[in-house]
Design a protein around this ligand. Structure first.
Ligand SMILES: Cc1ncc(COP(=O)(O)O)c(C=O)c1O
Length: 454
């Protein structure tokens, strides 16, 4: 059995070794085992292979370790296994979710008619946002999308959604599942800092005027690749001119609106029709924990489905299950409430700011290093770069980034990520945890430098 060594991120085992260890856990038998045996089995078989997000060398993805406060919330939600379907199933859960959603709208300074709902993930929240945008568009064409579907549109082939080239692939999932198809998604060029190029957006709107029906424009607030924040205010102006639904995909980045020095780059967000935010990313809320905001609470009526046994029409009790699927919903509000209430907003903001500062300091330093090419200036907590040691031919640089990435990862001691920027391989550092400091990031650079020579 492969053990993880102290300080390492996980065992470093291969998929075959992990499978061999886990095998006895899934060996279902007629007889059960004691709780103590069960715990020992899980601890021995699985734990060494789980990734330690609490270690500062975890610098690759958006996952975060739950704080003690988050665990208090999660434990109660689990102990009572509350399904927050409606008032009848969980009076406390239903009211908590409704009040939490209202408090979140206030916290993010959204408009007086705004509201929110908890979702399983940013992926599903993006999907629901696009559905609501399409439903709204159908309203203007004089029919009810929920009844007629896409065939209600005279020219379904003209339906178009605009987003940037760096928008998250969950938008593709959304248009597939909505029956629109990937071709309806038009991905716009980026500016020098990998934000949506607004002049290209303006040109596309003009170009499409007589040939396409633009249903929704998606601004990404924190792209997955580089953390760039699209120019929300300018995009909101263009949406307002044409009456187009504005959706902000802030699954990763919207949390940083809470950091005073970063808040201005989100300006215009209160004009968006819908916004996605994932507290299961940097806030460390137990997965799944995602929030979908709407500017007008009445837009959630587009989602409501009633039945004869519960969620009956006309019932006045709070009913979060009418605002988004599914019917059986976890009590996601509680861990998030526990984080915000337990830590206090000052600590939450301090912890959000610390990775942003660390990544910005790193970018400043790397900009002065001859053997490193920085590929963008960071808007948030992500930095992409290439190691470009002197004497390495340009044609070998792509292969070098892959080798370095694999070498770092295979040690099990450090986790960085590999991505592609403008067709070239790039290394990517992501910091979501306040435990990862500038020094930890600098250590990674030294490890990469050593690997270059190996
Ligand atoms: C910008 C963006 N949107 C959407 C998603 C999808 O969110 P989830 O992983 O919660 O489904 C991600 C995930 O990383 C993301 O970065």
């Amino acid at each position: 059995m492969k053990k993880s060594t102290p300080g390492s991120l996980y065992s470093g085992a291969t998929p075959q070794q992990v499978a061999a260890d886990i095998d006895s856990l899934v060996d279902f038998q007629p007889e059960g085992i004691s709780l103590k045996q069960l715990e020992t089995l899980v601890t021995d078989c699985l734990l060494p292979h789980l990734m330690r997000y609490d270690q500062p060398q975890f610098q690759s993805m958006f996952n975060a370790f739950p704080s003690p406060e988050a665990k208090v919330g999660a434990r109660v939600a689990l102990d009572f296994n509350q399904g927050v379907t409606n008032w009848q199933v969980s009076p406390g859960g239903a009211v908590l979710e409704e009040l939490c959603c209202q408090a979140l709208c206030k916290l993010f300074d959204l408009g007086p008619e705004s509201d929110a709902t908890f979702m399983y993930s940013g992926t599903y929240a993006n999907q629901q946002a696009l559905y609501m945008a399409l439903h709204h568009f159908a309203d203007h064409q004089g029919f009810d999308l929920s009844k007629k579907g896409i065939s209600g549109f005279k020219h379904p082939e003209r339906l178009t959604i605009l987003a940037s080239q760096d928008a998250h692939f969950s938008l593709k999932h959304a248009v597939r599942i909505l029956g629109l198809g990937e071709e309806c998604l038009v991905l716009l060029p980026l500016d020098d800092n990998r934000r949506m190029d607004v002049s290209a957006l303006r040109d596309k709107i003009i170009e499409h005027k007589d040939s396409h029906d633009i249903v929704c424009i998606v601004a990404t607030a924190g792209t997955t690749t580089t953390g760039a924040i699209d120019p929300i205010e300018e995009i909101a102006d263009l949406c307002a001119e044409s009456g187009t639904w504005l959706h902000i995909d802030g699954a990763y980045g919207y949390a940083y609106k809470l950091v005073p020095d970063w808040a201005h780059i989100f300006s215009g967000d209160d004009r968006a029709d819908s916004i996605v935010w994932d507290p299961h990313k940097q806030l460390g809320a137990p997965i799944p924990n995602s929030v979908l905001f709407v500017n007008q609470k009445t837009d959630f009526f587009r989602m409501a489905l009633h039945s004869s046994y519960f969620n009956r029409p006309g019932e006045v009790e709070p009913n979060p299950g009418l605002k988004s699927p599914p019917s059986t919903r976890p009590m996601s509000a509680l861990p998030l409430v526990a984080i915000l209430r337990g830590q206090g907003l000052d600590k939450v903001v301090e912890d959000l700011q610390s990775p942003l500062v660390a990544i910005h300091e790193l970018a400043n330093t790397l900009n002065t290093q001859a053997d490193i090419e920085v590929l963008h200036q960071p808007d948030t907590g992500i930095l992409c770069f290439r190691m470009t040691p002197e004497g390495t031919p340009t044609r070998d640089l792509d292969a070098l980034q892959i080798r370095l990435y694999q070498q770092v990862l295979s040690s099990g001691e450090r986790s960085i990520s590999l991505t592609e920027i403008d067709g070239q391989n790039a290394l990517r550092l992501v910091v979501v945890s306040p435990h990862t400091t500038y020094e930890d990031l600098w250590e990674t650079i030294q490890v990469l430098r050593k690997s270059v020579n190996q």
